[in-house]
Design a protein around this ligand. Structure first.
Ligand SMILES: [Fe+2]
Length: 300
């Protein structure tokens, strides 16, 4: 009788321990990833970009807030936020407060779907056979989170709103042209509004999007954006040890679910993000992250 129950009890115990680890330890085990990107003209001075994404902030995430507050110590020349910053109406204030001195640095941002719509419970395993894009088609259509207030505060600090917009910033010694789109996951992307060749007089051209949807990445690359920055995938969020992500929740393939890759002639960096949906508050083999990209000259 004891043998009969040993296997199921062992499985239940292992599952409970894994869930506890994923929700209490790994979800708060923040990492800073560093990449060198050879994208500048020969002889140019290198610059540092801090890429944050998918913080999905909700009240009570003290460890996340405290880790965010320390990122200014990296002294980035530019901060890029690729969206899904908040998942609760009361999270905008704490999010801005945690950015703190980062707001005094040059910055750009786009929205993700979760900046607009508060989370609802969904079966997290459904990502294995479909993306969550269809969920937004059948749900409420009126945004219920204060994303406009958050955007206004970021713009008041001098950050560029790149939701279907282009813009220009001085980043260190470089004159940088930006193009960005709103979230394709909820059909708010309007690439046609920013379409066209980039300015060859700029020192660097950066494309920004929440979701790394290949059809948009193709257009950024064709227009001449040399560096593309995206989030959204959460790196797969639940990954298989020694294998990796099973899903990206968008059109990009799992091999580029996070990290630095090529997309045609451009470089693409996808952030695995710092948070999780509050309805699926766990990460496994995919710790939360921000990235520091050091842009250096191309080999001559
Ligand atoms: Fe997200």
């Amino acid at each position: 009788m004891r043998k009969l129950y040993a296997v199921p009890l062992g499985l239940v115990g292992t599952g409970a321990a894994t869930l506890a680890y994923a929700s209490m330890i790994e979800r708060n085990w923040f990492h800073l990833r560093r990449f060198e990107v050879p994208v500048l003209a020969p002889g140019a001075r290198s610059i540092k970009i801090l890429h944050i994404s998918d913080t999905h902030l909700t009240p009570g995430r003290a460890r996340l807030l405290s880790w965010l507050r320390k990122l200014d110590e990296l002294e980035p020349d530019l901060v890029v936020n690729t969206g899904d910053s908040v998942s609760h109406p009361d999270a905008v204030g704490p999010f801005l407060d945690a950015l703190g001195p980062l707001l005094d640095r040059p910055g750009v941002f786009v929205y993700g779907s979760n900046d607009l719509y508060s989370p609802v419970f969904k079966n997290p395993t459904r990502y294995l056979w479909r993306t969550s894009k269809k969920d937004y088609a059948v749900r409420r259509r009126v945004p219920d989170l204060p994303y406009r207030e958050m955007g206004a505060a970021l713009m008041a600090a001098g950050w560029l709103d790149l939701n279907n917009r282009i813009g220009r910033l001085k980043v260190g010694p470089l004159d940088v042209e930006f193009g960005g789109i709103d979230d394709s996951h909820i059909n708010r992307d309007r690439y046609d509004k920013i379409a066209g060749p980039v300015d060859p007089q700029a020192d660097l051209r950066i494309g920004v999007t929440h979701s790394p949807e290949p059809r948009n990445l193709d257009r950024f690359a064709a227009d001449g954006y040399e560096l593309l920055l995206a989030g959204h995938t959460h790196g797969g969020q639940i990954c298989v040890p020694f294998y990796g992500a099973l899903t990206t929740n968008c059109g990009i393939e799992p091999a580029r679910v996070k990290g630095l890759h090529r997309h045609g002639p451009s470089w693409l960096h996808v952030s695995a993000g710092l948070g999780t949906s509050p309805m699926a508050p766990f990460r496994f083999c995919c710790p939360p992250e921000a990235s520091l990209l050091t842009l250096v000259p191309r080999p001559s």
